[in-house]
Write a protein that binds this ligand. Structure first.
Ligand code: AMP
Length: 279
């Protein structure tokens, strides 16, 4: 596996590969890789000639400096896992390399970013769109792979690709979970044992919400799921929403044929986790 960290090197490589007529599959990540990431790498490999994975903890998308500082960084282990999966190129630039100058461009995704993650993490999607645009230019992929875990991020990136006419296909893969239902996340590494023990309650709350929505109106079903989570004092719920799965706008009722997503974010101590369930 080729391990590159400079912009000029990755540009040169992907230009060469494009000229050779190779299909490039790309998996952007922030590292501390787990089975969720590796599923995307396998899919990319399966559908392309060359697999590129980036590991970059993007400072521009963190609204909380402590979250950025404490984000798990285990590049050597990531590189080993990627090599084992048959990844061809790992791109892991330093922050100074990606941001030689502070970007002046600002993205505005309108109502797509006025809810959930966008509402609770000011500037987050601007940082995501900036780095993803840069990475797409550098890697020049035919396909880029993302997880449903970050549902709103995927919607934002779909909009980005449409608005800027990026010539690539976006692929979204389902959430990979631990055996007890907890959505895999690099941030799970930061959970203390007692927090880890209670963390599967988040997914249980989404499942309960799904069940309650079969018989109750949206507000009452949400109340039941919120009351369930309130039984666990380690969990501080930030939001629990019933939304349209594409526009991500809150739904007052379900069952009208619209695709529905149940989404939540919660803190366990300082660690913020997100999860979702598509109906
Ligand atoms: P991250 O490193 O957290 O920025 O994630 C990189 C990519 O992996 C994103 O497209 C995520 O949505 C995806 N991803 C993260 N966790 C999971 C998971 N548990 N299952 C599937 N995809 C995931």
């Amino acid at each position: 596996m080729l391990h590159l960290s400079s912009i000029s090197d990755i540009r040169q490589q992907t230009e060469l590969l494009r000229r050779q007529g190779k299909r490039i599959g790309f998996v952007p990540t922030m590292g501390a890789l787990h089975e969720g990431h590796l599923t995307l790498v396998r899919a990319a490999r399966h559908q392309n000639d060359i697999t590129v994975c980036s590991v970059f903890v993007n400072p521009a998308q963190f609204n909380n400096p402590e979250d950025y500082r404490l984000y798990p960084r285990i590049l050597e282990k990531d590189a080993q896992m990627l090599a084992q999966e048959g990844c061809d190129i790992l791109f892991s630039p330093a922050a100074e390399e990606m941001y030689r100058q502070t970007p002046r461009l600002h993205f505005d995704f309108g109502e797509l970013e006025q809810v959930m993650e966008g509402a609770h993490r000011p500037g987050h999607f601007n940082g995501v769109a900036t780095v993803v645009s840069k990475l797409f230019h550098l890697v020049k992929p035919h396909q880029a792979f993302f997880g449903q875990k970050d549902l709103q991020q995927f919607a934002v990136i779909q909009q980005l690709v449409l608005d800027l006419s990026f010539d690539l296909e976006l692929v979204c893969y389902p959430i990979i979970r631990e055996e007890d239902g907890l959505a895999m996340s690099s941030r799970n590494r930061r959970l203390a044992p007692e927090q880890r023990a209670v963390a599967p309650r988040l997914y249980q709350a989404l499942q309960l919400l799904r069940e309650k929505l079969e018989t109750l109106p949206v507000p009452a079903a949400k109340q039941e799921a919120e009351a369930f989570l309130q039984r666990f004092p380690q969990i501080k719920l930030e939001y629990l929403e019933v939304v349209h799965a594409q526009t991500l706008q809150p739904l007052q009722e379900v069952g009208q044929g619209a695709p529905v997503a149940l989404c939540l974010a919660a803190f366990l101590g300082e660690v913020r986790l997100i999860d979702n369930l598509l109906l």
